[in-house]
Design a protein. Structure first.
Length: 163
């Protein structure tokens, strides 16, 4: 696994994906900082050229998360309560897209990937940017490691294998 910079945008586009629903914390923004790495800002800025829209979908409930979204000029659903699917559905609706045209990108199995799957999106798991997580996240990470042992999940396409 790796970070968002390693995403194959043209492959996603070819698979019918029109928008990325992006997690923020530890996916685009390392913990304990409020500054996006410049290479991620550039990457976000290049998404329209790749034919992809972007929407931030975050469980973060702090007011500053709206400032972060404004800094990169992207719309946001905050307090999304992932893995509940409603935040993803709201973002897709705002973009005028079906869920199967969206790829959820995030660093956590139990919020981003599970929630994206529940919503009917393609999901992409990336490596967390920081290892210093909140305590409750650390517990989930241990569970994730058990579940993910021997697997390298990268992307799952909604409806794959159903013809
Ligand atoms: Mg995250």
């Amino acid at each position: 696994m790796s970070d968002v910079l390693a995403l194959d945008l043209s492959a996603l586009k070819s698979a019918g994906i029109r928008a990325l629903l992006l997690d923020i914390d530890n996916t685009l923004l390392p913990r304990d900082t409020s500054v996006f790495p410049p290479e991620f800002v550039d990457w976000l800025g290049g998404l329209p050229d790749a034919g992809l829209s972007a929407y931030l979908v975050s469980n973060n409930w702090h007011d500053h998360i709206f400032d972060r979204a404004a800094e990169v000029g992207l719309p946001i659903v905050a307090k999304a309560l992932k893995p509940l699917p409603f935040g993803f559905l709201r973002a897709a609706r705002a973009l005028g897209l079906r869920m199967r045209q969206c790829a959820v990108v995030g660093d956590q199995v139990f919020t981003d990937v599970l929630g994206g799957n529940l919503a009917g999106a393609t999901t992409v798991l990336v490596e967390p940017l920081s290892t210093s997580d909140l305590p409750h996240t650390l517990v989930l990470r241990r569970v994730e490691r058990v579940i993910m042992a021997g697997r390298r999940p990268v992307a799952r396409e909604a409806g794959a294998g159903e013809g």
